[in-house]
Write a protein that binds this ligand. Sequence first.
Ligand code: HEC
Length: 686
Amino acid sequence: MHMKHASLVVILTMIIPLLALGQSKIGTGSIMELYTQNCASCHGQNMEGGLGSSLIDDIWKYGGSDEEIAKVVRDGVPEMGMVPWKDVLADDQIRALVILMREQKLLAETSGILEKVKPLGGIFSTDRHNFRLEKVAEVDDVLWSISFLPDDSILITQRNGKLWNIRGGKKHEIKGIPEVWVKGQGGLLEVAPHPDYEKNGWVYLSFSENVGAKVDGKDAAMTAVVRGRIKNDKWVDEEEIFRVPPEFHVNPGGHYGSRFVFKDGYVFFSIGERQISKMAQDLTKPNGKVHRLFDDGRVPKDNPFYNKKGAYKSIWSYGNRNPQGLDLHPVTGDIWETEHGPRGGDELNVIRKGRNYGWPVITYGMNYNGKPLTDKTHMKGMEQPVYYWLPSIATAGIDFYEGDAFPEWTGNLLATGMSAEELQRLVIEDGKVVHVETILKKQGRVRDVSTGPDGMIYVSLNTKGPNNGVLYRLVPVGEPRWTSLFNGRNLDGWETRDGASTVLVDDGAMVAFHQDTKAFSYLATKKTYGDFILELDVKVVGDLNSGILLRGNSSPSIRDGNLHGYQMEIDQSERQWTGGIYEEAGRGWLYSLEGKDDARKAYRASDWNHYRVEAIGEHFRIWVNGVPALNMADTKTAEGVIGIQIHKLSQGGGGGSVSIRNVRIISENAGDQIQGISIPEVATSL
Ligand code: HEC
């Protein structure tokens, strides 16, 4: 107590002179510096808390909305030692601090996601489907766009100016495409066939072009769209769809957009603001917009700004920063867009006629270097995003999943993230995002996603640095093949071993009682198992401990030939290490639950508990009532029986029973059916 007061006084005396400066604002640097200099002394270097409360535990004494947090920072809580900042920090700085607090909290959680999506034996496991990644093709630069032709061949763009058709497992270059301007983020961008391709053969391309324009003596460029046909791997019949006069070309190297969607005879396409943010709000400029044209390039007269003086007539929506994902909702037909935003401000929008999406006037983000942008997130006449990503994932291509290969994902939006190296699955209900799952992470930057005619999900990944792009597809792995290990009527397939015990079948469960004060006994399978996934319910009643022997063996030299091996603990005592592994007649505890409070609390003493055990090669994973308890690697024993331990009676005569029901196993290709687990694997040493 004494110490705390002392340091509070020291800090307040440091701060009071600042407050006395009145209106002058402090700090022009990055928000992290601002935090370190002004807040870390009380709230901790990593926001973990100290004299001030933790800012990443999601407990907010003064309310948890962005506005409420900003208000506490502005007004302070002087009587509690929280200084007011409104005289020294500007609103945009306070807003950026709120973004930083949110970001830091979520970043602290990503290690769990990383563990959960880590492939095991080449299998990626997610909540609803497991899959493998299969390589389809590789190119020598960024692979920007993926689309499919009705003959099941694939078109991909290589950003530095190559268009490829992939068929029969080989890449064929399409010669004669327009010359593209390869610089910065520019180059050959989107490719997509017309929805009536089978009748008309049109393929659309977007790219950045330089037509000799210069701004301030520097080469300037803009996004263009053409269509053409492909005959014998040659680009022919080219027609211009959208081209911007040279006076509108600008010189920054990024934010070209661009994606297509086709709807009702129109083509919609996006152009980023080309890194001149204010142009996104300027209707006389083509950049920072979604455009609508007839599929042959004519401008529809009912476009929202067609009759507005000076406006660019093809504009459909504006205030769009860098839209790099567009797709039609499979049910409503609405145009969904992902907009690569500033830090903390990647957006998911529904694009509607004539609407203003707000960039750069409103945004949920701040500058990538951590400099504040604005405190404005809402404004009349400007659209709110359906969803925004914090931390940013650097959104690019999107696709509503409509294939057959992953039925549980039907209608979900697949969204790519480049910097986060993620593919996410967004469940959307009534126009709102209700659930987000990361299904791929740290396999390379993900730039585009598209469902193939085979129902597989195709993604473009940067796996080996900037000059490389690989087309992969997600291939589902088989359906679970559960076999029941207990028929509910008798003990077929089971035997009791070692010490004396009695086992009855009662009310659909096997119920085991002990009769021995010297040795444990086991109710064990007659068969042995190597790789398997086991699920069962067990209830232990009374003052005893039990466990599930995994890959149990016996040999005359160990404990008189009694079963031994890995035992998943069922622990009725206060310590509750249920779900840990103890090696019976061997090394003792291999993996305890010390410090693993979530798992410890998952166990319900003297009640039914559900266990899932995965034993795949050296990898062991255990869940207690759905809560991850163990993730361990151990190479000692590859195969053995499964046994339920019936512990010896304690000397004092205390005893009880162990009941087992709903026992099922997958023992064929079990590695296909593993689940993602959010705790890190720990290797035991032999
Ligand atoms: C002199 C110490 C001190 C400094 C410096 C300080 N804080 Fe605080 N802050 C506190 C204390 C103490 C509380 C807890 C007040 C309470 O419990 O009522 C607090 C509370 C808060 C809260 C409210 C938390 C909640 O649970 O609702 C926020 C947000 C916050 N501070 C942000 C900041 C930011 C941002 C900065 C830097 C610009 C900062 N603080 C600087 C001491 C400080």
